[in-house]
Design a protein around this ligand. Sequence first.
Ligand SMILES: NC(=O)c1ccc[n+]([C@@H]2O[C@H](COP(=O)([O-])OP(=O)(O)OC[C@H]3O[C@@H](n4cnc5c(N)ncnc54)[C@H](OP(=O)(O)O)[C@@H]3O)[C@@H](O)[C@H]2O)c1
Length: 190
Amino acid sequence: MSYANTQVAQIAAISNNRCIGKGNDLPWHISADLQHFKQLTTAETVNAIKGIVIMGRKTFESMGSKPLPKRVSFIITSQLDYAQQQGLEGKDNAYVVHNLDDALTQAASLAHGAHLETIWVIGGEKVFSDALLYTDRIELTHVDTEIEAGDAFYPQLPSDFTVAQQSEQMHDDKSSLDFKFVTYQRRATN
Ligand SMILES: NC(=O)c1ccc[n+]([C@@H]2O[C@H](COP(=O)([O-])OP(=O)(O)OC[C@H]3O[C@@H](n4cnc5c(N)ncnc54)[C@H](OP(=O)(O)O)[C@@H]3O)[C@@H](O)[C@H]2O)c1
């Protein structure tokens, strides 16, 4: 798999019924999970660019329409004037692209120059599902809850992904939710 020799990883938090979003927000607030997301998508490096993330337009807006600190964001939308509309023209930490291939090609090229091994696909539903074809690794936070009336879902994993690592079950006191971190790796094909 991979894309232009760069590892492609996805990261998401999903409920037991695979819900990832509701009303253009996360269905829960678990600060340890936000910390986990930040830690994985921000590499320990001396480079100015510490991470590269690819997301759909709604996910970008769900995070306050701001590029993530220390990382470069690629935002996918069909709207040709979106960069101008959002004041993102000329920025070097956010790029608006109009299809997944452009996002992956430009992100991989930037990763190569910045000596980063991995580019991160961070949602939402269609971006996760379209990018599966190129994905080597998936980092899922399994949140032990059923979400009713959710409107964004994580796809079923293709059968060549297997569990490579998993944390113990943890508990978030504020939300009273249990969760665990699981790494899925794609089996190598020859
Ligand atoms: N739990 C998690 O880990 C997690 C992670 C990420 C997001 N979320 C949640 O998921 C929800 C947002 O996700 P979503 O699935 O609704 O939307 P999304 O994938 O973030 O954004 C969808 C939009 O992205 C653009 N897009 C996607 N693929 C495209 C393509 N190939 N070509 C052109 N444009 C493309 C389109 O924008 P235009 O309409 O502008 O053309 C589309 O309407 C929120 O609730 C958010 O909180 C959760």
